[in-house]
Design a protein around this ligand. Sequence first.
Ligand code: CS2
Ligand code: MG
Length: 407
Amino acid sequence: MALTITNVKVLVTCPDRNYVLVKIETSDPGVYGWGDATLNGRELAVAAALEQHIAPLLIGRDPDRIEDLWQMIYRGTYWRGGPVLMTALAGVDLALWDIKGKRAGMPVYSLLGGRTRDGALAYTHCSGRDFAEVEDSVRAAMARGFKAIRVQVLVPGMSGTYGVSNQPAERYSSFDMEALPLVERFEPSPYLRVIPKLVEHLRVALGDEIELLHDVHERLTPIQAARLAKELEAYHLFFLEDPIRPENKESFRLIRQHTTIPIAMGELFHTRWDGLPLITEQLIDFIRCDLGHIGGISEARKIAAIAESFYVQTAWHGPGDIAPMTHAANVHVDLSIANFGIQEMVFFPEVAQEVMPGAPTFADGYLNVTDAPGLGTDVNEALAATYPYKRAYLPVVRRVDGSVGDW
Ligand code: CS2
Ligand code: MG
């Protein structure tokens, strides 16, 4: 009797922050898969898309037919793309790859072609309210084994800068879960003045060996981004991330013509077509899609394959507001492709790990996944149920004059 999908269970849980988890159950009670469909600030929209619209399409289907189910959900039902539907699709995709691996008795990276590397070079986040705090944070990360570190600093006079809370520690879950969005005041000019000085300070203090990265978080105009990139060239960043908003791909041409700094973009893309011209015209050097918002493993491996022909490397998004399953999926793909670049990662809080065990492991600067069949992750459903959803939002960025800023 062929295996069929018998149930799609959506679980919204909030151990340290909100996560949307998808369990696909089959006609063999011992064969199930877990996926991540977390979309920060829009969790219930994704949960509803899954429960109300996508789940009925999957019942009775063969879980082995991942590509067919992916195409049916993506375009077979007409409406396609966008963060909500693509995050829902990603959750299904990860769960189906988890099932496939469990049935084959193989980790997903092995199903994708086997190891191309022993581990995935990792980077973590360091930040601070001033250069000294950032330096201390970087030194601590280096002592922990990191060979690549993203650096962010509070912009003087601003209430918050991307990646920096007003405490001298890492960001994330630093905003009140019950409140409406925090407002972060941001002005480009003081930001443009401080970042080159920050990176110069770190190079003088720490030398050239440590790989440094910086996330602009889409907050500049193209010419401002070109100015910042030119001023940072001397410090040899590993890459400069998200220099401008994602909508107008032509604008990357303006940045490219002014600088040799490696550019990374992709976390705000929701299909391969969003970033296609940036890859085929080599306007970026790293494609940074979020597997949890781009449609999952099936889409990521296609993007990596396209990018390989244009010498563009991968740097999948690995923030604190997606679940361990997506972080594991990142590394399974990283370990199986030729054009891997670097992998963003976070350490999940203990309470999140208890609910969702199996995040990638970190050692001496590199990430890895276990050889457990599938994604190697799981969910403690009973424990997850004790952490009900709590409405929360990403901050809203506003200029000093009160107008909505970019991020
Ligand atoms: C950031 C993300 O990690 C990054 O590169 O851009 O933390 C991003 O701000 C969040 O994932 C948005 O939900
Ligand atoms: Mg980013």
